[in-house]
Design a binder for this molecule. Structure first.
Ligand SMILES: Cc1cc2nc3c(=O)[nH]c(=O)nc-3n(C[C@H](O)[C@H](O)[C@H](O)COP(=O)(O)OP(=O)(O)OC[C@H]3O[C@@H](n4cnc5c(N)ncnc54)[C@H](O)[C@@H]3O)c2cc1C
Ligand SMILES: Cc1ncc(C[n+]2csc(CCOP(=O)(O)OP(=O)(O)O)c2C)c(N)n1
Length: 589
């Protein structure tokens, strides 16, 4: 008989959790303790291979893990207690599900014999998180724990990435059982996402691309998810076909903003040329994007004359919002590689000079133009200066949600993937600061900037304290317009300018607030002082709150009002009285 007391694989559930994380290469974990996870925290205390980042609110842990994941391509890991710890994680889980971010979240649960008894800090974590996770588990037996944890990493990171929850009752954490390291049989037998695209579909797609007269490539977050190789292949495809390319908010950086075929972002706040080219194209190649409603506008008027090819790893994304002609299920990188191979062997670059001339006329409308102002900082100008002064540096940008987020997408030029972290699908105010913390943990020597709004940053401002505690010199660049600008803009355009509760009456003094946290505060209100202050912000090796006072009533254009078609955009030139313009129902073309 073997002596089990000396078996190194015999350990408590809590020890198994820490062992499994280390076996999966986890170096950082974001969390917040509580009674139901104390055995795990005790194990964390006794090891040195993995660093725990203590946040100030569990939502912060979740977004930090998202930033970490998006900027590294590795899963983000979170540890929270039962009850309120778990419910505070609901927002980041929903956020990660929408944006396809791999998260492994371990939650503590009350002991198994108390489940269902309304025990202290009990909640139905698997029930509550089921609709906002890719998968979740409640582990009732310590001998199932190792397999579930390994499976959790597999599910979170394979196919379309997403968040998973492993709920572990406290008695399971104390119990002793057998651990085994990750092995092939731990993968979910019924979940084997298809990576390689169908060869026949790829041939059909190449033939269609080669016959195009007015083609467009519409790329999205899936290209970023797939990894740097997919971006390389996308760039090569653009080069050999000569096609124009646009991207969603989530896909920025996969093709460089300085690239000659770049049309800018498409969609609700996309450029005129990108949206018009989407509307009038004859062949659309959608790579790792999901025809979100911010993209399509009115679906019955969406790109009416085009044949559509859709590459997506998730079969449920195909024909979900828009019917396509050639679906290709697979990983963007794999499929793009195969398309390139077939294109090079069997097709030649179509002549699309006429199409480029048409695009040039749309470009000439200068849809991102804004009125410069010598006395007041225009928010667009602030982003342009931030971009110019950080250009060439090793920079990562996160954002909050609102006008500032859209201006960041429009005016900050992303050259590489994984440099842009934003909450796209859920649109979660409060995402940017904790996400920046996660990015900075993963890239300690890089410049990490959260572009924020004065309302959004106050949702998770307490994470400034985390940044100070862990020496994470994140920069929070607030475009302070004293309004919930995006809400105010919609109220102005769609609700008769009745600005119901969108003005922040009592904003904190952000400079003093930064100092109170032990960081640095900077405030600027004159365009002439902006560059100097940005350079100072960059040089400070501490967390900085930068209060950039900008024009209060500036609107973000272009804008496709909700439910309108691509060719019904409001451009800045029509924006002198946008409400009247919108009310007139006039289309631009
Ligand atoms: C205030 C606000 C305004 C917005 N305005 C705009 C706007 O003007 N324009 C805009 O673009 N967005 C805008 N958004 C964002 C928008 O809501 C969506 O989040 C975004 O358009 C979705 O991007 P995506 O289609 O690239 O999808 P993602 O959510 O990134 O989904 C990626 C798709 O690729 C697939 N995929 C994932 N991994 C792979 C892989 N490895 N291989 C193949 N496929 C893969 C997934 O299954 C999914 O279908 C706005 C958001 C906010 C908050
Ligand atoms: C958690 C959450 N609550 C509400 C909203 C709705 N919302 C979208 S943008 C916005 C205003 C954001 O204001 P601010 O952060 O100041 O940015 P600005 O638009 O002024 O740049 C609101 C309230 C949201 N996206 N997220």
């Amino acid at each position: 008989m073997s002596d089990k007391s000396h078996d190194p694989n015999q350990m408590t559930g809590a020890a198994m959790i820490v062992r499994a994380l280390i076996d999966h290469g986890v170096q950082h974990i974001f969390g917040y303790p509580g009674g139901a996870v104390l055995p795990i925290y005790d194990e964390i205390f006794q090891q040195t291979e993995m660093q725990h980042i203590l946040v100030r609110h569990e939502q912060g842990a979740g977004h930090a893990a998202e930033g970490y994941a998006r900027s590294t391509g590795k899963p983000g890991v979170v540890l929270v207690t039962s009850g309120p710890g778990a419910t505070n994680m609901v927002t980041p889980l929903a956020d990660a599900l929408m944006d396809s971010i791999p998260l492994v979240c371990i939650t503590g649960q009350v002991p198994t014999h108390l489940i269902g008894n309304d025990a202290f800090q009990e909640c139905d974590t698997v029930g509550i998180t089921r609709p906002c996770t890719k998968h979740n588990w409640l582990v009732r037996n310590v001998n199932d724990l190792a397999k579930v944890l390994h499976e959790a990493f597999y599910v979170a990171t394979s196919g379309r990435p997403g968040p998973v929850v492993v709920d572990v009752p406290k008695d399971v954490q104390f119990a002793t059982g057998t651990y085994h390291p990750p092995r092939k049989s731990d993968v979910h037998v019924s979940y084997a996402p298809r990576v390689k695209g169908d060869a026949m579909q790829i041939r059909k797609a190449v033939a269609l691309l080669a016959s195009a007269k007015r083609p467009i490539i519409y790329s999205g977050g899936g290209v970023v998810n797939s990894g740097p190789e997919a971006s390389k292949l996308l760039r090569e495809l653009v080069e050999i076909t000569g096609f124009p390319i646009t991207s969603t908010l989530m896909g920025l950086g996969a093709y460089p903003a300085s690239g000659k075929n770049w049309l800018g972002m498409l969609g609700m706040h996309g450029t005129y040329e990108a949206n018009m080219a989407m509307h009038d194209c004859d062949v659309m190649l959608c790579v790792g994007a999901r025809f979100d409603d911010r993209i399509t506008g009115r679906t019955d008027a969406f790109s009416p004359g085009s044949k559509k090819i859709h590459i997506d790893i998730d079969p449920s994304s195909i024909n979900k919002n828009i019917r396509v002609d050639i679906p290709i299920i697979g990983d963007c990188g794999d499929v793009l590689g195969d398309i390139l191979q077939v294109f090079k062997a069997e097709a030649k670059k179509p002549d699309i000079k006429g199409w480029w001339s048409e695009i040039a006329t749309w470009r000439a409308r200068k849809s991102l133009a804004y009125k410069p102002n010598r006395d007041v900082i225009m928010p667009q100008y602030a982003i342009q200066r931030l971009f110019e002064l950080t250009r060439g540096r090793d920079t990562y940008i996160t954002t909050e949600v609102g006008q500032h987020q859209m201006w960041a997408a429009q005016f900050y030029g992303f050259e590489e993937p994984h440099r842009w972290m934003t909450s796209g699908g859920l649109g979660t105010m409060g995402y940017g600061l904790p996400a920046a913390i996660g990015v900075q943990v993963a890239h300690p020597d890089s410049l990490v900037i959260d572009i924020g709004g004065d309302a959004s940053v106050q949702m998770t401002m307490q994470e400034m304290s985390t940044a100070v505690q862990f020496d994470l010199p994140v920069k929070i660049f607030i475009l302070n317009n004293s309004y919930m600008g995006m809400v105010r803009q919609w109220q102005q355009l769609l609700h008769g300018n009745r600005l119901s509760h969108s003005y922040s009456e009592a904003l904190p003094d952000f400079v003093k607030l930064a100092e109170a946290y032990g960081g640095v505060g900077l405030q600027v209100s004159k365009p002439a002082d902006l560059d100097g202050a940005i350079l100072e912000m960059i040089s400070v090796k501490k967390p900085v709150l930068f209060d950039c006072r900008v024009a209060a009533l500036e609107n973000c254009f272009p804008m496709i009002p909700s439910g309108k078609a691509h060719n019904e955009m409001i451009l800045p030139t029509e924006a002198a009285d946008p409400a009247a313009f919108f009310a007139s129902g006039k289309a631009l073309v």
